[in-house]
Structure formats: C-alpha cells, structure tokens
Ligand binder design. Structure first.
Ligand SMILES: Cc1cc2nc3c(=O)[nH]c(=O)nc-3n(C[C@H](O)[C@H](O)[C@H](O)COP(=O)(O)O)c2cc1C
Length: 177
C-alpha cells in the first residue's frame, strides 16, 4: 500500500478475528520498531512480544483501558527508559511505525496506556533482569486482523483548525491553494 494510504486508512480497532497473524508479519512489525528513530539514537526502548490466549487474557486482567487485548492475536509491550526526557516521543515513533507496518499487511491495532504497572512488571519478569529494572512499561499495542471491514473514516478536526501559515492563527489555505 502507498504510505499515505496506510496513514489515511489506519484506525484503532478493538475487536479482532481468530485468524492467526503469520510470523513474518510479526517480525515485520518488530523490525519496524527496531528501525524507528530515537533521540540521540539511544535505542533505549525494548519490546516484548506476547501471544497465546492465556497470556493475552492476563494482560487484559492487568489493564484498565485495554480489556479488548484479550481478543487480540498478539501484543507488543513497549518499555522505555524514563531517564531520557524524550522517551515518550521515542515510544510514539516506534508505536506508529509498528501500527503502520501492521496495517500495510492488513493487521489492525490499538494501544492502551492504562494498566497496573506493578503487576505487569511481575508478569513480564522485569525485576529479574538488571537492564529491565531501569525500564518503564510505557504502552501495550494489541494487533490482529479486524473482524469488520475498515472504511478508514476518521473523526478529526479540519486542517484549517489545527494548522497555520507563518504565524499562529493565520489561515493555512494561503499556503496550500
Ligand atoms: C497516547 C494514546 C493513548 C491511548 N490510550 C488508549 C487506551 O488506553 N485504550 C484504548 O482503547 N485506546 C487508546 N488509544 C486509542 C485512541 O483512543 C485512538 O487512537 C483515537 O480515538 C483515535 O482513533 P483512531 O486511532 O481510530 O484514529 C490511545 C491513543 C493514543 C495516541
């Protein structure tokens, strides 16, 4: 798919089909994360692939805003080092790379940020690893084939409301028409 088309049509999905996502697509999703830029090229992020119905149900139990992950085909937990002031930007770059790479293969996704950090740390065995002890769980991304046809219609503000030309408040239309 054309890059802009992938961006235009991607939507957050929270109901997924039972169809298995092939391993090569999972690899591509993780590669997309690995290839993402990070501040100072610090690459402090780490990614944990979680799959299997029981594991995904456990993630859902620990979540407050992502119960839907129980029905995903797989999830990627994104860990970042919060000592970098830009760590959330880095997470955002990697997350969007993964979501777009997945959607390019017809695999939908959604993120959640509401979860019990302590129990998820235990579940992922972060405290058993010296490197992981310094990392925070930033987000969980759930992936899977959608159950419904995605029409790509987004609920967004118009461009004129959010983008300006030269100075805040000056209409962008001057520059684009
Ligand atoms: C920073 C951020 C946090 C989000 N947290 C959650 C969340 O905790 N649970 C959830 O179901 N969706 C979450 N979402 C998904 C948004 O609700 C969704 O992206 C937004 O409504 C726009 O819809 P779209 O992605 O379909 O275009 C989050 C999205 C972002 C960017």
């Amino acid at each position: 798919m054309d890059t802009f088309e992938v961006i235009r049509t991607r939507l957050s999905v929270s109901t997924f089909s039972e169809k298995q996502v092939p391993k090569e697509v999972k690899r591509e999703v993780l590669e997309a994360a690995r290839l993402s830029p990070s501040g100072l090229n610090s690459q402090h992020w780490r990614f944990i692939l979680v799959d299997g119905r029981e594991n995904l149900k456990k993630l859902a139990e620990m979540s407050t805003t992502g119960k839907w992950v129980a029905g995903a085909n797989f999830a990627v937990v994104v860990l970042t080092n919060a000592e970098y002031p830009f760590h959330l930007l880095d997470a955002g770059q990697a997350i969007m790379s993964m979501m777009l790479a997945a959607w390019n293969r017809g695999v939908a996704s959604r993120i959640f940020t509401g979860f019990d950090q302590k129990s998820m740390r235990e579940f992922l065995e972060l405290e058993q690893n010296e490197e992981a002890q310094r990392l925070s769980i930033t987000v969980v991304v759930g992936f899977g084939y959608p159950t419904k046809k995605i029409i790509g219609k987004k609920n967004r503000l118009p461009l004129e409301k959010i983008a300006f030309y030269q100075r805040y408040g000056q209409p962008i239309t001057q520059a684009l028409s």
